[in-house]
Design a protein around this ligand. Structure first.
Ligand SMILES: NC(=O)C1=CN([C@@H]2O[C@H](COP(=O)(O)OP(=O)(O)OC[C@H]3O[C@@H](n4cnc5c(N)ncnc54)[C@H](OP(=O)(O)O)[C@@H]3O)[C@@H](O)[C@H]2O)C=CC1
Ligand SMILES: O=C(CO)COP(=O)(O)O
Length: 340
């Protein structure tokens, strides 16, 4: 089915462009929707998206367009690669066109007022659509440059997972399937916050021990939170959990890491976000996560520490002191005691 119909990709940013290109390289006809007519025309003419993926040649099978309704009418499979802040605003007005479609969110964010993940918003907007998510250690530029990469498609709908695997699998991109949509999607949203902390630590010249401690304790913290919400902790040991956490906390190519690095250099949050000029979803997730953790009574010292620095005027030294002097805890929370 997917090889007969074009596939839609919504969002003209770095990840939408990388996914559109991958699909086209696999022989698919891709309708790549973006809001900016000048950008669409420039891509049509020059086969490049210079603002978001400079230097990457865009395949001739990618057709940029600005008519959202036309893209949705023509396609069954739709990848949604918009910022979380834009999802409702873009898709609510065309909800009538989404019935029966396969909608796959690549968005790694959480809606502030509802604490909904993006695929839950898709369900809300399009109750008759079939919904999945794509998440994993997938820095857009590396995907576009054909670095060997793996990702996860997660959905309760096996057929959707198989269609996404068939469409995206290629020489350099491997897609694993999961039935745990909630866990996979939550991992992608949570790790952004820890990438900000890791960027900050890097700017301060902290060592490799510190980096390892941060990533490992971040995994403990995000898993503890996810389990409280009913997620399966094992999902966090996969690509969309620890995999994405490692890449985003280790790479200066991550925008969240870059925001953290700028904070560590002494810039304000506003200055850091302005300097970036792209989406860093973790910035909005800090507040949402801190208040949800308090509501659920989940111990999240790293999130609380970052919140204290960014929004409560605490210094990094004060927060590091409090973290290192906190009462001793156990290493791993979720060790099964039977079955071995
Ligand atoms: N980049 C990456 O490595 C990865 C990103 N993701 C996730 O994908 C999502 C999208 O990120 P990414 O592509 O990187 O973002 P970018 O910052 O690269 O681009 C954002 C894109 O969204 C568009 N946009 C912003 N607001 C609207 C709106 N209201 N209506 C329509 N289009 C809008 C922008 O258009 P304009 O230029 O006109 O403002 C731009 O094309 C995020 O949730 C991110 O976490 C997931 C995996 C990897
Ligand atoms: O999610 C990503 C890699 O998997 C991209 O991370 P950033 O949004 O921080 O660039």
């Amino acid at each position: 089915m997917t090889d007969q119909h074009p596939i839609a990709v919504l969002g003209g940013g770095s990840f939408g462009t990388a996914i559109a290109n991958l699909l086209a390289e696999n022989g698919q006809h891709v309708l790549h929707w973006m809001r900016d007519p000048q950008q669409a025309e420039a891509i049509r003419q020059n086969r490049e998206n210079p603002r978001y993926l400079k230097g990457i040649k865009i395949h001739s099978g990618v057709e940029p367009l600005t008519d959202l309704a036309a893209a949705l009418k023509a396609c069954d499979l739709v990848f949604v690669a918009l910022p979380s802040s834009a999802l409702r605003q873009v898709l609510q007005p065309v909800s009538g066109l989404l019935s029966g479609k396969l909608l796959v969110s690549t968005i790694k964010g959480i809606e502030a007022k509802s604490f909904l993940l993006m695929s839950q918003i898709l369900e809300d907007i399009a109750p008759d659509a079939r919904i999945g998510v794509l998440s994993g250690p997938n820095l857009a530029r590396e995907v576009a440059e054909h670095a060997l990469t793996a990702s996860v498609v997660a959905s309760e709908d096996d057929d959707l997972c198989q269609q996404v695997q068939a469409a995206l699998h290629g020489r350099t991109f491997r897609v694993y399937a999961s039935a745990d949509r909630f866990g996979v999607e939550l991992g992608g949203a949570l790790k952004n916050v820890y990438a900000i902390i890791a960027g900050m630590a890097a700017a301060m010249g902290m060592g490799e021990n510190t980096k390892s401690m941060l990533i490992t304790r971040a995994l403990a913290e995000m898993t503890r939170f996810a389990v409280k919400l009913g997620a399966n902790p094992m999902t966090f040991l996969g690509l969309a959990g620890v995999g994405d956490l490692i890449v985003t906390c280790s790479s200066a190519k991550s925008r969240n890491y870059q925001v953290g690095f700028a904070l560590g250099e002494g810039l304000s949050l506003k200055e850091a976000v302005e300097r970036l000029g792209e989406v860093a979803e973790g910035v909005n997730t800090i507040k949402v996560l801190k208040s949800k953790a308090e509501e659920l009574d989940v111990y999240m010292p790293l999130v609380a520490g970052l919140h204290a620095i960014v929004f409560e005027g605490r210094t990094l030294d004060q927060v590091i002191g409090a973290l290192m002097n906190a009462e001793p805890k156990t290493d791993v929370d979720f060790i099964p005691t039977t079955g071995f």
